[in-house]
Design a protein around this ligand. Structure first.
Ligand code: F6P
Length: 450
């Protein structure tokens, strides 16, 4: 080992290698991991996003920074593991939204089987001195499966999503097995100290010291470059100088998209001034479209937006765009917005909030409205806080944001920007990996070349 271990990332979702020009996968995991992994180099392993014959060898694309290796999953496993256990059972319960959890797809065994498949495909790619870092709830048992297959090297896990209260945790089928699966890791990272403390109460006794809080960040410099490279303002409409409230999310019921639109509707009803002085642009990228709860959410969001536009007529107050936008366009949109509205009902971190902070400053201020149920709220103290389940509190914050004087906007924007500049994805990555190394008996620290 020449002073530096290779970092092997395993996550269910892997971005397409840059040359492929495939659509960009929405979600915080990829945007947090990609810049630091590209900087230090390493292997990124996971699902191709495609159905296919499981016996086909993994697809490998070597780029100057990252070696991407992906496997296809059998169609039935996509339904049972990814859409079923992960996204109809684990996802809603981990977000404390039991009402979205279906009675179907409760089989923990399908989850284990898929994780075993990932482990079997990953093991032949490994070198003895690699460091493995597993990401997110789809792959919690991967560490256990790798150890069963003989892996003895460094093994860490990062939990991108919230850790729920006990009553939600206990609603997860086989939650005891899930808790045991966490204990394979020498280090488990959570987004916030609150999540760390909560997870400590849920795992078997003695495992608490393996859990530590490492809030995920973005690469603010890179994101600012995206905004600069885009050129045109994607939110501009000729002759329209209304203030722009902007939301950009995956289309997911955890994001509180309906709630924020309803809050805007209430504001327009209460004070007619805003019908001429504000508009709401909401981009919601398609996500998990085969899952019925996501289809229902899509229909509900469309219904609210259409209702508002029908109620107030021209110029329409809401512009709803249900397509994916590449990162440079998202960056340019966030930069052009006056107010960014993030109202997740539960969210591990929420990197859109950090991206908005990165492209605003005291000279070009924007106001961030942020629900207190996002991990980011504990760091982004320059934001206007709201309770996502309380539409009235969102309505008040939207009005306060719209009325906010320039000097307060500038002060808050400067605080937000400093925070994201100090807590970057690079720092998050490095701190986690170094802590994992330090925890190994006699483990030599990884030397990063930044
Ligand atoms: O950030 C949370 C997360 O669930 C990631 O694990 C995931 O990659 C992302 O959201 C997008 O979801 P999906 O991979 O299901 O499209």
């Amino acid at each position: 080992m020449n002073g530096r271990r290779r970092v092997v990332i395993a996550s269910n979702r892997v971005p397409p290698p840059p040359a492929e020009g495939a659509p960009w996968p929405a979600g915080g995991l990829v945007s947090a991991l990609l810049p630091p992994l590209a900087a230090v180099g390493g292997l990124w392993f996971g699902w191709s996003g495609q159905a296919g014959d499981p016996d086909t060898p993994p697809q490998r694309t070597v780029t100057p920074g990252i070696d991407y290796v992906t496997i296809d999953l059998p169609e039935q496993e996509i339904a049972d593991f990814y859409e079923g256990f992960c996204n109809r059972t684990l996802w809603p319960h981990l977000h404390g939204l039991a009402e979205q959890a279906t009675a179907l797809h409760r089989e923990y065994s399908t989850y284990r089987t898929a994780n075993r498949r990932f482990a079997l495909a990953l093991v032949p790619l490994l070198a003895a001195d690699d460091l493995i870092w597993v990401h997110d709830y789809q792959l919690i048992p991967l560490g256990q499966e790798l150890q069963r297959l003989g892996w003895r090297g460094p093994l860490g896990y990062f939990h991108h999503v919230p850790v729920p209260p006990r009553e939600h945790w206990e609603a997860i089928p086989n939650h005891e097995a899930l808790a045991t699966a966490f204990t394979a890791y020498e280090l488990v990272g959570t987004q916030t100290p609150r999540d760390r403390d909560q997870l400590r109460t849920l795992l078997p006794a003695g495992h608490g010291e393996h859990i530590s809080a490492h809030p995920v960040g973005i690469d603010p410099q890179r994101f600012r470059q995206f905004a600069a490279s885009h050129g045109a303002d994607p939110l501009a409409r000729e002759g329209d100088d209304r203030q722009i409230l902007f939301g950009v999310d995956r289309l997911d019921y955890t994001k509180g998209i309906r709630q924020r639109l309803e809050a805007f509707e209430r504001l327009l009803l209460r004070d007619a001034r805003w019908r001429h002085e504000a508009r709401f642009v909401q981009w919601a990228a398609p996500s998990r479209g085969n899952v019925p709860e996501y289809q229902a959410e899509r229909a509900a969001v469309i219904e609210v937006a259409e209702r508002i536009n029908a109620r107030f007529g021209e110029p329409h107050p809401v512009e709803l765009d249900l397509t994916s936008h590449p990162p440079d366009e998202v960056a340019a949109g966030l930069e052009a917005a006056d107010i960014c509205v993030v109202t997740s009902l539960a969210d591990g971190m929420n990197l859109v909030a950090k991206e908005f902070a990165a492209v605003h400053s005291a000279e070009h201020p924007g106001v961030l409205v942020l629900s207190d149920t996002c991990g980011a709220a504990s760091q982004l103290t320059g934001a206007l806080p709201v309770r996502a389940t309380d539409v009235g509190s969102i309505e008040e914050a939207l009005e306060r944001a719209l009325r906010m004087p320039w000097d307060e906007r500038a002060r808050r924007a400067a605080v937000l920007r400093t925070t994201v500049d100090l807590t970057t994805a690079g720092r998050w990555f490095q701190e986690f990996v170094l802590e994992l190394e330090r925890r190994r008996p006699g483990g030599a620290p990884t030397v990063f070349r930044w």
